[in-house]
Design a protein around this ligand. Structure first.
Ligand SMILES: Nc1ncnc2c1ncn2[C@@H]1O[C@H](COP(=O)(O)OP(=O)(O)OP(=O)(O)O)[C@@H](O)[C@H]1O
Ligand SMILES: [Mg+2]
Length: 255
């Protein structure tokens, strides 16, 4: 079975201007993520991982290159026209609280992802919210809670519910388990992997932790100083790394 390309990134570049200085945060980065695949970006702090995520998600303008999502070229600068398409791409951050307004119930926050596009009745909206809460392992009573009333793990589950309600094709996970306790981390990873199968999701998974990434990825790309220095199928990168830097990451990881 051939899997469709969900995301194609070609020669992507980002240069930040800071006063008179130019900072090349991302340089000539290319990769493809296929349907149902987990593609991981790994690399040290400052290597450009979040900048890539932000350009794909439309939070940061890109300087050069191309991004195609579901075979549609995305504009360098997000526009209303690309909004509907971008709604099929969701992002989950390190700090789940940042996904929610403390003044809104989960029902309100989670339903935001389906309000633009449908004329669903309030009852049907609530039902959809209960459905996604159940999918992430939260009881429907959580719909009436505020994010500040949740534990870190529960809040990240709610952020995942918020991400999946618009039936996305791609979820970008930017260090989405780094702020959680180890035991909670593995529960969230199991949840993400279950949803990947059940909903045929693709992930762009960003992490510092090569051991974690080796457990869940189909493809791994290693970043250093804004560039991908090595990339390929999980087994190849982990078992036959070609770069010293990748070997260094593997030798220092806790598998
Ligand atoms: N808005 C900005 N203005 C100027 N420089 C920036 C901006 N955002 C990021 N950078 C710089 O771009 C580089 C890449 O940053 P980025 O946040 O993408 O790294 P990262 O790989 O996600 O790091 P971490 O693992 O710590 O999250 C860094 O040198 C950073 O200082
Ligand atoms: Mg980052």
């Amino acid at each position: 079975m051939t899997r469709q390309n969900v995301l194609e990134v070609k020669n992507l570049k980002k240069v930040f201007k800071k006063g008179n200085d130019l900072i090349t945060a991302v340089n000539n980065v290319s990769f493809v993520i296929r349907e149902g695949e987990c593609f991981s970006l790994i690399g040290e702090s400052g290597s450009g991982k979040s900048t890539i995520a932000n350009m794909i998600a439309g939070f940061t303008r890109f300087t050069e290159g191309e991004i195609a999502f579901c075979n549609n070229k995305l504009p360098e600068k997000p526009s209303n026209k690309s909004f509907k398409l971008r709604n099929k791409m969701q992002i989950i951050f390190q700090n789940p609280l940042s996904s929610f307004s403390p003044k809104m119930t989960l029902l309100k926050s989670i339903s935001e992802g389906i309000l633009y596009d449908t004329d669903l009745s309030n009852d049907n909206i609530a039902r959809k919210v209960y459905d996604v809460l159940e999918l992430v392992g939260l009881k429907k009573e959580y719909a009436g809670k505020y994010c500040t009333e949740l534990s870190g793990g529960e809040c990240q589950r709610a952020a995942i519910a918020r991400a999946i309600i618009s039936e996305p094709k791609l979820i970008i996970c930017d260090e989405c388990t780094s702020a959680l306790d180890v035991s909670v981390q593995s529960q969230i990873i199991s949840l993400l992997m279950r949803l990947k199968k059940e909903l045929n999701l693709s992930y762009l998974f960003i992490s510092h932790d090569i051991a974690l990434v080796s457990n869940i990825s189909d493809h791994i790309a290693v970043m250093k100083d804004g560039s991908i220095i090595e990339g390929g199928p999980n087994d190849t990168v982990i078992k036959q790394p070609s770069e010293n830097y990748t070997r260094f990451l593997i030798n220092n990881a806790k598998f």
